[in-house]
Ligand binder design. Structure first.
Ligand SMILES: [Ca+2]
Ligand SMILES: [Ca+2]
Length: 94
């Protein structure tokens, strides 16, 4: 898989929604196409680390529209919202 940067650009400035999704997919370690709470926790830990357990729980709850306990690919957009509000990421959409 082609990943341009090891670090999300959010640490330096804005990232686009696509970049955010690409970044998120890197944490899909079991490659099932969806993000579990454990995977989200790892993602949160990789950026700022604080309260990753609690935030991953919140993130799933916030984003999981169909309630299956995972953030499926079509639910990634919901997480964008959450990431901006709760993780302090700057994500621009265009
Ligand atoms: Ca997964
Ligand atoms: Ca879901």
């Amino acid at each position: 898989m082609a990943i341009r940067n090891a670090t999300p650009r959010s640490l330096e400035g804005d990232m686009t929604v696509d970049e955010f999704k690409e970044w998120l997919k890197r944490f899909d370690t079991d490659r099932d196409g969806r993000i579990s709470r454990e995977e989200l926790k790892r993602a949160i830990r990789s950026i700022r680390g604080r309260f990753s357990g609690w935030k991953s729980k919140r993130g799933i709850k916030y984003s999981d529209a169909d309630g299956n306990g995972f953030i499926d690919e079509d639910e990634f957009d919901n997480l964008v919202d959450f990431a901006q509000k709760s993780l302090g990421l700057k994500i621009v959409s265009f």
